[in-house]
Design a protein. Structure first.
Length: 352
């Protein structure tokens, strides 16, 4: 089944789902395979795990899963797990009772209760602290939550979709993410290919953004020339769909003409964030020898020193791009951003 066949699509879901599907294009063969898998997963209540680079449209896909499910008329709630501190995320997810902590003047339901009967997207799931991971595992097992400060559980009927732009299996191996929680989340995996691997989606997505953003700006939608489309197709899109949308938005703002030319496209210079493993292996060996020497020398505060050097080198190599830096280090952008602020490499204002 393919999104390009309108009869198949319309038979499966209302117009809202069809519109969401068009936002993702689903023209390239890899995207069409993803969509076919999505249609198989959506009708069930299975917990889904959406993985993909930053900007690949994970929330759009989660909304599609919801729109093609029997829960489509119930709430869809999206929560960014990296946007809250460890102390706050528990209350945000599970709610709290009056007097549970300082400032809790009233009882409040959490996001699980807000999504009752519907779908809850837990974005950037890899940012959850170990203590919250344990609580989430219990919620998935028991289908009930306990508000902070409460003694009695509350039953919840919620389909959970998790999303991550970090390598969760690697995080499991490194001890940063619970293995049992990973397998509980990874019942129905959906892996989103980066835009550079779904070239046939670039032109329809670009035209979609031209139409949508032109209406928003109150202007006539210009045409994209063949040279402009060729340049878009040749770009590696490190920021994926989000970057493409921003490029089209900028072109519309600066271009009053009825056609968008290649020269109107402001495309970032791509810096490859990783080197070949064969080149990295000797460097890793030398790094191990240096760490051994520092340990034998009785160096104190070693972890923070090594971390600061790592973040500084990666950030400089990626020319100040937080997304690329996060990809090099292998952590989520929110975690990396906090570390960049900690080490004075990024101001708090620049972190927003």
């Amino acid at each position: 089944m393919s999104v390009n066949r309108s009869s198949d699509r319309d038979r499966c879901a209302p117009d809202s789902a069809t519109a969401l599907a068009e936002e993702f294009a689903f023209v390239d063969v890899r995207s069409r395979l993803l969509f076919d898998r999505l249609l198989l997963i959506a009708p069930s209540d299975a917990t889904a795990l959406i993985s993909g680079e930053s900007g690949t449209g994970k929330e759009r896909v989660a909304r599609l899963v919801h729109a093609f499910s029997d829960r489509r008329d119930k709430p869809f709630v999206a929560v960014n797990c990296g946007a809250f501190s460890e102390t706050l995320i528990e209350s945000e997810l599970f709610g709290h009772e009056r007097g549970a902590f300082s400032g809790a003047t009233d009882a409040r339901a959490g996001w699980f209760e807000a999504a009752q009967g519907g779908t809850l997207l837990l974005d950037e799931i890899g940012d959850l602290a170990p203590r919250i991971q344990i609580k989430l595992l219990r919620v998935l097992q028991e289908r009930e939550i306990v508000r902070v400060g409460a003694r009695h559980p509350v039953r919840v009927d919620v389909r959970v979709i998790a999303a991550s732009n970090v390598d969760l299996p690697a995080a499991v191996r490194a001890g940063r993410f619970r293995e049992d929680l990973y397998y509980r989340l990874n019942v129905a995996p959906l892996n989103l290919p980066p835009l550079r691997e779904r070239l046939d989606d670039i032109a329809p997505l670009a035209r979609h953004f031209v139409d949508v953003l032109s209406r928003r700006l109150g202007i006539a939608a210009p045409d994209l020339t063949d040279d402009a489309l060729h340049r878009l197709r040749a770009h590696p899109w490190p920021g994926n769909i989000r970057e493409l949308e921003n490029v089209i938005h900028h072109a519309l703002l600066i271009n009053p003409k009825p056609r968008i030319e290649a020269a109107d496209l402001r495309l970032a210079v791509w810096v490859p964030p990783v080197t070949a493993q064969v080149e990295a292996a000797p460097c890793v060996d030398r790094l191990g020898e240096a760490i051994d020497a520092l340990v034998r020398a009785g160096t104190t505060g070693l972890l923070e020193q090594i971390e600061e050097r790592l973040y500084r080198s990666a950030y400089e190599h990626c020319r100040g791009n937080q997304v690329h830096t996060a990809r090099v280090i292998g952590l989520s952008r929110n975690v990396v951003r906090a570390k960049l602020v900690q080490f004075g490499l990024l101001t708090v204002a620049g972190a927003n």
